[in-house]
Design a protein around this ligand. Structure first.
Ligand SMILES: [Zn+2]
Length: 327
């Protein structure tokens, strides 16, 4: 005889399946009828639980991991995190029906990761059972590579989401603090800072951007979101190689960050390059020590890791040595 109260089984089904208590009870009633009342209410509840991949018994062998410690290829992962962002619901057609999906971001004290609620799980959002700020325990998920974010959390039919059973002190409005990483084994997909030296710099490239959203406009100056842009902003892409003595990485700055590093506006640089070529641009940056912050991710097309930079501080050699000694 299994000694777990019927109420608890029903609560577990509610918590993990996305159904309401009313729906669960209706399903139990229906199941009992289908079996012509030869099974008990508890028995029917267990059947509903298994049909919805609800785990009624706790698995004692799992270990909760922090987001910074999960890596592509891992499976059987358990996380406790706060929902920090819910994106718009979308859907795609499969077998003649619309399957809904909703991407969300979850965050713990070490970082954030994206996951997607598919199909029935998307109802957690559409039926208001899961909101920004809720703490979820996600069990039995796997970590997949994502060329944009570095890593994604994926749930399968055996994964479970348990809502607001855990406490987690994370301020989702505060930006995720960048952690220092080194290039021998860099942290991927979450904000990091690196102290390093610029050892190579490429000739800047330019594109025309929408003045509202700063995304690239088409050849006829159309922004996908904002339509025709009257005078698009010349925006610089600056690539350089950063070396921290343990490894090196190709880093990219967009817009003002690159202008700040070189000390010229994109428009001025464009003129300089047109007049005298770009070979000497940024040469004075070679050998400069910088502290950069940004996100490192894999570029599948080139089979290498790259860093997209969101802040750069130049460091004097003295500052750098002092920091390294204190670290
Ligand atoms: Zn725009």
């Amino acid at each position: 005889m299994i000694k777990i109260p019927l109420d608890e089984v029903i609560q577990k089904i509610v918590a993990q399946s996305g159904m309401s208590e009313l729906e669960v009870n209706a399903k139990i009633d229906k199941k009992m009828k289908a079996f012509d009342e030869i099974i008990s209410r508890d028995g029917a509840a267990f059947m509903i639980a298994s049909e919805h991949s609800v785990k009624v018994f706790e698995d004692p062998a799992t270990k909760v991991l922090q987001i910074k410690d999960v890596h592509p290829g891992m499976s059987g992962v358990e996380l406790v995190a706060k929902v920090s962002r819910i994106f718009d619901a979308r859907s795609f057609a499969r077998d003649g029906r619309d399957v809904p999906f909703i991407p969300i971001m979850v965050q713990d004290s070490t970082g954030s990761i994206r996951t997607t609620l598919w199909d029935k799980r998307a109802e957690l959002i559409s039926k208001d059972r899961l909101k920004v700020g809720d703490v979820i325990r996600i069990k039995n998920c796997s970590i997949k590579e994502n060329s944009y974010t570095g890593k994604d959390l994926q749930m399968n039919s055996r994964s479970q989401i348990i809502i607001n059973q855990d406490k987690l002190d994370v301020d989702i409005d505060a930006p995720v603090a960048a952690v220092e990483t080194d290039l021998s084994n860099p942290t991927m997909g979450s904000p990091v800072t690196i102290l390093g030296t610029i050892v190579s710099i490429s000739e800047p490239r330019f594109y025309d951007a929408c003045t509202d959203c700063r995304r690239k406009v088409s050849e006829s100056n159309e922004c996908q979101t904002h339509g025709k842009v009257d005078s698009p902003k010349t925006t610089m892409i600056l690539n350089f190689v950063l070396d921290d003595s343990k490894g090196n990485i190709r880093a990219t700055c967009f817009g003002e960050l690159g202008e700040k590093l070189i000390g010229e506006t994109a428009d001025a640089l464009k003129d300089i390059i047109a007049a005298q070529g770009g070979e000497n641009i940024g040469l004075e940056m070679l050998g400069k020590m910088v502290e950069v912050s940004g996100i490192i991710k894999e570029n599948k097309n080139y089979d290498r890791v790259e860093m997209t930079i969101n802040s750069v501080k130049t460091q004097s050699a003295d500052e750098m040595i002092a920091r390294l000694n204190n670290g």
